[in-house]
Ligand binder design. Structure first.
Ligand code: GDP
Length: 364
């Protein structure tokens, strides 16, 4: 059979894998022209669907941006920053400016200081070689801060095209669908005008001045929380609403378990507060340090959940810290973070290697 290309985006049509690019249900092949399901949804429902791609295909695609003169809007999930990182992003986008947008800020407690959070995001991406022109926060789902993002996009694109990039699950479709609704006249007519303006694998939405806003497929980052736990566990560790801090007064040589996925040992000096910011569904368990190993062996997947199933014991990687900021966050990417109050605390954190652990000055 000759390759059939989607009349919308040009991708090679395939009928086997619903979750891979170019999928069309077999019945769609009878139609002329043939379009992939992603374009079908866009055309008929004004709806962008994220199409996950494997790293190599995605990076090849992304490298086309380097040849364009455009603004790159890079969406990250502020709850899972490490999982949101696209390795090599700075190389693939060339000299184009990047606007960094932290999504899902509705999950953070109201007491979060947005400037501290932005500084942390800025520092984190700089450490990875990316220098964004600006850092913004929003909630695509709750429609907080989207207008500000749109205004800044307009400002920084300065008459050029825009490319929206992000790994899967950061909320890219939620955001773009919002933009589509905003740009349309509400009766669905916009779709036909969007439709022909697509380039291979990038779906284009026309902007007022004849330039385009391109949605790029989401790359799968295996360090994302969604990939290292089961779907059920992901539902538990990913907060569905604003997280409520849980305060613990710890004596020296006490341990907190974050379900079975994270552990923090506090060895001193003195008594102090540790505050856990994580999904309300994650059980936090306190024990004496001397009992912690035994508890983990016996209770992983039982008392210490998620994970909801015990399937062997994972090896945990250990990280040692001595806090030097007044209040320090130990961040377990995708799980949440623990604020350690006061300077000079000795803390050891443990997590499976899929969960990255880092420190930052407290964002509260
Ligand atoms: P994509 O894969 O990047 O296109 O991500 P989606 O737009 O499909 O969103 C992935 C998941 O994150 C979905 O369950 C969304 O409901 C959720 N989500 C998206 N934006 C937000 C947000 O601003 N806040 C919260 N709490 N969840 C969000």
């Amino acid at each position: 059979m000759d390759d059939i290309l989607c009349a919308g985006c040009g991708i090679k049509i395939q009928t086997e894998n619903e979750n891979a690019p170019g999928y069309a249900p077999p019945g769609a092949l009878k139609h002329n022209p043939v379009i992939c399901r992603r374009c079908f949804r866009l055309k008929n429902y004004n709806e962008i669907q994220d199409v996950p791609m494997t790293g190599d295909d995605f990076l090849k695609l992304l490298s086309k941006i380097a040849d364009a003169d455009a603004l790159v809007v890079y969406l990250v999930d502020i709850f899972d920053f490490s999982g949101s990182w696209i390795p090599g992003l700075q190389r693939f986008i060339g000299k184009n400016p990047v606007l960094l947008v932290g999504n899902k800020n509705d999950l953070l407690p109201k007491s979060t200081n947005p400037n501290k959070l932005k500084n942390w995001l800025r520092r984190s991406v700089r450490g990875l070689g990316l220098r964004p022109v600006d850092v913004l926060l929003m909630s695509a789902e709750k429609n907080h801060g989207i207008d500000d993002v749109m205004q800044n996009m307009e400002y920084y694109r300065n008459g050029r095209d825009v490319y929206i990039v992000g790994v899967t699950n950061v909320g890219k479709s939620t955001f773009i669908n919002h933009l589509i609704r905003q740009s349309g006249n509400g009766d669905g007519e916009i779709t036909t005008s969007h439709f022909p303006g697509t380039t291979l694998d990038f779906i284009g939405i026309p902007l007022d001045d004849g330039h385009m806003l391109y949605d790029t497929p989401g790359v799968v980052n295996l360090h994302q929380a969604a990939h290292f736990v089961s779907e059920q566990d992901y539902g538990e560790i990913m907060p569905s609403k604003e997280i409520k801090p849980k305060v613990f007064q710890l004596n020296e040589d006490q341990t907190l378990f974050l379900g079975g996925l994270g552990r923090i040992d506090y060895t001193g000096p003195g008594r102090r507060s540790l505050i856990v910011y994580a999904s309300n569904a994650l059980t936090v368990h306190r024990t004496k340090l001397e009992n912690a190993d035994d508890l983990f062996h016996r209770q992983y997947g039982h008392l210490l959940t998620p994970p909801s199933h015990r399937d062997g014991l994972p090896a945990l990687k250990r990280y040692d810290f001595r806090t030097d900021e007044l209040n320090t966050d130990i961040v377990f990417s995708g799980l949440g973070w623990v604020t350690v109050k006061g300077k000079g605390a000795r803390v050891s954190a443990y997590a499976p290697s899929s969960i990255s652990v880092s420190v930052r000055a407290s964002i509260i």
